[in-house]
Design a protein around this ligand. Structure first.
Ligand code: PLP
Length: 373
């Protein structure tokens, strides 16, 4: 099988780039003296996680309980579920902690420790619970200068059936950085804020076993990780048009594309329509703050070469591409195939059931995606 014969739209994964990205981040985080706990939400794929954790302790981060179940069933037994836990998920979290050597949860709410402690006591086990810290993203987490930042760890410490796992943050605001200098400043801030907060908790008598940080834009920029124990980047394994525009990687590092076919050509309007729409690509607007013409993805030739075209408009199963160049418009007949480098690989991957694994120009395998919640 090759890119001329597999069905469209579908995901094409350049496995050499995946291996190269994995090795680069592994070496980088190890070299900085921390452990790597990759976030598998980017790919939700057991084979990719095995590549990512080669030579590491094997710990992973997940964003859904479905990922946790699937990865635990495939031998990953040290998992952090990095979305704040709420009581509706306690039962499943307890089941998962029975399947794992360590299954850690996170919270930023002072009502959770006593409730989770009671659920763990009834189940007869002890659960690991992190404090989620807000280092500037303001999605969730507690800012270190808030009273809850000390109160929650104390409550966890005091609970008989909970273990305080440490402090964890995600610098998601790094996606809005305007320059590499700004990215570097955000990476330093994420690291230093967490290291200083851990030192303060320790001087208050709270043991902090793990200081956990991580996003791809910051993980590609730290120059040291003193005071930090682990990093949890996720997107770096595939990268995407957003990360390349932001400066986390080069376009030649992007490993995931969506194979698409031309289903309509309109010479008068100088456009073609692809069978890859919002579902196949995602509607993530990507690096629009840095490149107002980024559209929803870059259109590449089958060999991965840049064609200078963007997916400009999307509906559910249609992606519109304006084609000014006459010879390109001639070539893009109905049935012609292209690859789209979408803005956000995590969101594109989550819409599909599997990857076609590409080695050179041959499709050599099919890897499943563990979807759902
Ligand atoms: C809590 C948490 N940790 C780590 C990550 C990984 O970030 P990235 O995909 O930028 O590497 C995410 C991504 O959303 C996250 O939410």
């Amino acid at each position: 099988m090759d890119l001329h014969t597999i069905k469209t739209p579908s995901l094409v994964l350049d496995v050499w780039r995946v291996r190269r990205n994995a090795a680069a981040m592994s070496g980088r985080i190890k070299g900085l003296g921390a452990s790597l706990r990759p976030h598998v939400k980017t790919h939700k794929c057991v084979e990719v996680a095995r590549i990512q954790t080669e030579g590491h302790a094997g710990g992973i981060t997940v964003s859904t309980l479905a990922e946790a179940r699937a990865f635990a069933a495939h031998g990953f037994r040290d998992i952090t579920y990095a979305v704040p836990v709420e009581p509706g998920k306690f039962g499943e979290a307890i089941e998962l902690s029975n399947l794992c050597e360590r299954f850690a949860l996170i919270t930023d709410d002072s009502s959770i420790p006593p409730l989770l402690d009671e659920a763990a006591r009834r189940a007869g086990l002890t659960l690991d619970l992190f404090l989620k810290v807000d280092c500037g993203y303001h999605r969730c987490g507690v800012e270190p200068d808030r009273p809850e930042a000390v109160e929650i760890p104390r409550r966890i410490d005091a609970a008989k059936n909970l273990r305080f796992a440490g402090i964890l943050t995600h610098a998601g605001h790094s996606y809005h950085a305007r320059s590499r200098a700004e990215l570097l400043a955000l990476a330093r801030h994420e690291r230093d804020l967490m290291a200083e907060f851990a030192a303060r908790l320790r001087s208050d008598g709270v043991e902090v076993p793990t200081v956990s940080v991580g996003s791809t834009p910051t993980a590609t920029h730290y120059e040291h990780l003193e005071g930090v124990d682990e990093a949890r980047p996720g997107n770096y394994i595939f990268f995407d048009a957003f990360q390349a525009t932001l400066g986390s990687c080069g376009f030649e590092d992007c490993a995931l594309t969506v194979l698409a076919a031309v289903v309509h050509r309109d010479r008068a309007r100088r456009k073609v329509v692809l069978d890859a729409g919002a579902i196949a690509l995602s509607k993530d607007r990507g690096p629009v703050e840095l490149d107002s013409s980024c559209g929803y993805g870059r259109v590449l030739g089958l060999g991965g070469e840049e064609l200078g075209l963007r997916v400009g408009a999307l509906s559910q199963e249609h992606g519109e591409v304006l084609v000014e160049d006459e010879s390109l418009l001639d070539a893009l007949t109905v049935g012609a195939r292209v690859r789209v480098l979408a803005n956000h690989s995590c969101l594109s991957a989550a819409q599909h059931t599997h990857y076609h694994v590409l080695e050179d120009s041959r499709v050599v395998d099919r890897w499943e995606i563990q979807r759902g919640w």
